[in-house]
Ligand binder design. Structure first.
Ligand code: M6R
Length: 611
């Protein structure tokens, strides 16, 4: 959601900013802009609604020489997406320009006060208020002091970068609840950005700003301060992601590349973590809390969207094999319903980005109430990864497609490892532990067998791409997969899709079934197979078309369903890891056939950093 970049150095700022914005495109946006301090110390700003290509076309008309500048991709919150509301925003005198991610919650009050002091506003955004507020303080204070004074007044969240032509060799950046990372490129050369993707082609040396920290960049060096201007020492971290991981590598879309790399991702996720002989999972982060985990009597797993679906599968796994009561909850609800927690509750937050505002809020609430908080996070160094007590990274590498795929199967893999870890602390037998461990290591190979059928699934998409509505159904471990299959299809193809427990169909949804409303049924040969077959029969009896995801060798469903996709046999608890693959491929190929913007679907953002 929104991307911010600032550059200061000796090179022309515009190409570096545009390249950074391009690398953050995947986050989702509706307009883009940049502002550069040109050589005669004027600030030139260009911004355009729509894709970066529109801004690029605008820039082609002008030369913007200058080596200090800021850029932004905006995902609208306050004010519709248009050229005026796009960032950067400026003050009355057009001397201060800034970009902002997040929401200024008290912007009405600040705006009213500033209007009384004579400021005039041109946009419908909350961000513009911040530019005028800095301007107001700048009348008596220097740029940096005015910036701090303004931030001390605002309520809400921000990742912000600002420049002023009165102090043209300076960039100020700050964060509160919205990520901001400083990349140290060289002497006097820095990139500050909201996403490491915009930095990693220039340097691997980064500093992750903490909430309420401000970073001052000049050709003489960088300083980090708190909001009271007190200097702070920060460790420099090394980014371990490879630039090539964030490239399409010949695939037409990031989503397809990310689907295809899942066998390797799951292997990386399992590496060094499975002990077959002992039937154990070795999760370094959890060992420190081993005793507390053994004593916990309840677990709550939170997340949003796809991460919440992974959490639901985790609930089934952990209750069955670790015999620990588990609840799952949308992180967006958790915080506001006064959850009852104590020091024997473990709260697990699942998130690809580690920056989802709702999930971060849940983490903070759980910590405040004394629970042990664990994270299953993909992005190393993200806010969530730093705030939880302990956790396990998913090691899926950068996920660029807005639709989460490889991060999801990696989350399921980590949840299976946590199940093994907790189960063996409790009552899970050595033999069962060994079976789970052994079968986990088979996952990459079995996923590859499904990926080898990708062409067949692409053919299926041709048959089904013209329908306007879909049901996805499944039971037990594959009920969350029905929800996930429906989410995948709707978010990238814009086709109406709903996920239900197969047993729920008769209680209402089946009224919609006719020959124009196909159902994708996830029906591997597990403990609820017979029940799911009956539910499929009920749909067939009403002329509904059925695509069934079945276990290889199934002889019944190929006779009942219109089409089957086979997945290899595995332990029931691990079927979701395999079932995810055909669901992703089906959604991808239907969306591709409909020529949708698969990697950046309309209205969606990769990382949802506002509540
Ligand atoms: O980064 P997170 O895993 O916390 O993101 C959570 C959801 O926003 C995310 O899974 C979303 O539902 C995806 N678009 C699903 O494909």
């Amino acid at each position: 959601m929104c991307g911010i970049i600032g550059y200061i150095g000796k090179q022309p700022a515009t190409p570096i900013i545009m390249d950074g914005l391009k690398r953050m495109e995947y986050r989702g946006y509706d307009s883009a802009g940049l502002a550069v301090i040109v050589n005669d110390q004027r600030i030139e700003c260009r911004k355009k609604m729509g894709k970066l290509a529109n801004l690029q076309a605008e820039l082609a008309k002008y030369d913007l020489p200058g080596s200090v500048g800021i850029g932004h991709t905006r995902w609208a919150t306050h004010g519709e997406p248009n050229d005026i509301n796009a960032h950067p925003h400026h003050d009355c005198q057009e001397e201060i320009y800034l970009n902002h991610n997040g929401i200024i919650e008290n912007y009405y009050e600040i705006k009213a006060a500033l209007e009384q002091q004579g400021h005039t506003f041109y946009s419908a955004t909350d961000t513009e208020v911040l530019a005028h507020l800095i301007e107001q303080h700048h009348k008596t204070l220097n740029f940096e002091e005015a910036f701090l004074a303004a931030l001390n007044e605002v309520i809400g969240t921000y990742g912000v970068v600002a420049i002023s032509n009165k102090e043209p060799e300076k960039i100020l950046a700050a964060r509160l609840g919205s990520p901001m990372i400083l990349g140290i490129v060289g002497d006097g050369e820095y990139i500050v950005a909201s996403d490491v993707a915009a930095i990693m082609q220039h340097t691997r040396q980064v500093i992750y700003l903490e909430d309420r920290e401000v970073c001052v960049l000049t050709p003489q060096g960088y300083t980090i301060k708190d909001l009271q201007a007190k200097k702070i020492d920060h460790a420099v971290n090394e980014v371990d992601w490879d630039v090539s991981q964030a490239q399409k590598q010949g695939y037409p879309h990031f989503m397809l590349k990310e689907i295809m790399e899942q066998p390797r991702v799951v292997l990386d996720c399992l590496r060094g973590r499975v002990k077959i002989e002992e039937g154990l999972a070795h999760l370094r982060g959890l060992h420190e809390y081993s005793e507390r985990l053994q004593q916990c009597n309840r677990m709550i797993i939170v997340g949003m969207g796809t991460a919440l679906h992974a959490a639901m599968v985790g609930e089934y796994m952990i209750e069955e094999y670790a015999e620990l009561p588990v609840e799952i909850e949308s992180a967006a609800e958790f915080r506001y319903r006064k959850p009852i927690l104590d020091d024997r509750t473990v709260v697990v937050a699942v998130s690809q980005s580690g920056e989802t505002a709702d999930t971060i809020a849940a983490v903070r609430e759980a910590k405040l109430k004394g629970a042990l908080v664990l994270g299953i996070v993909n992005v190393v160094g993200s806010t969530m990864a730093r705030e939880v007590h302990a956790g396990a990274y998913t090691h899926a590498g950068p996920e660029i497609g807005v639709a989460s795929t490889k991060a999801f199967t990696a989350q399921l893999t980590v949840l299976a490892l946590i199940t093994l870890f907790l189960g063996r602390q409790r009552d899970l037998s050595l033999v069962m532990g060994q079976r789970i461990a052994k079968e986990l290591l088979e996952m990459p190979h079995k996923m590859q067998q499904i990926l080898d059928q990708a062409d067949t699934i692409a053919g299926l998409a041709k048959q089904y791409g013209a329908y306007h509505d879909f049901f996805f159904i499944g039971r037990k471990y594959n009920f969350p997969m029905a929800l996930e299959g429906a989410l995948k299809l709707k978010e990238i193809s814009y086709i109406h899709a709903e996920g239900y427990g197969a047993g729920d169909m008769k209680h209402g949804p089946i009224a919609l079934i006719d020959d124009q409303f196909p159902t994708v049924a996830i029906a591997p040969q597990d403990s609820v197979y017979q029940k799911t077959v009956s539910n499929i029969q009920e749909i067939k009896a009403r002329q509904g078309k059925v695509i069934a995801i079945v276990t290889t060798g199934d002889t019944i469903l190929p006779k009942v369903a219109d089409t089957v996709i086979a997945i290899p046999k595995t332990l029931e608890m691990l079927t979701p890891i395999l079932a995810a693959v055909p669901l992703q491929l089906l959604a991808y190929h239907i969306a591709d056939q409909l020529k949708r913007d698969i990697d950046q679907p309309r209205n969606l953002a990769k990382s949802v950093t506002v509540e």
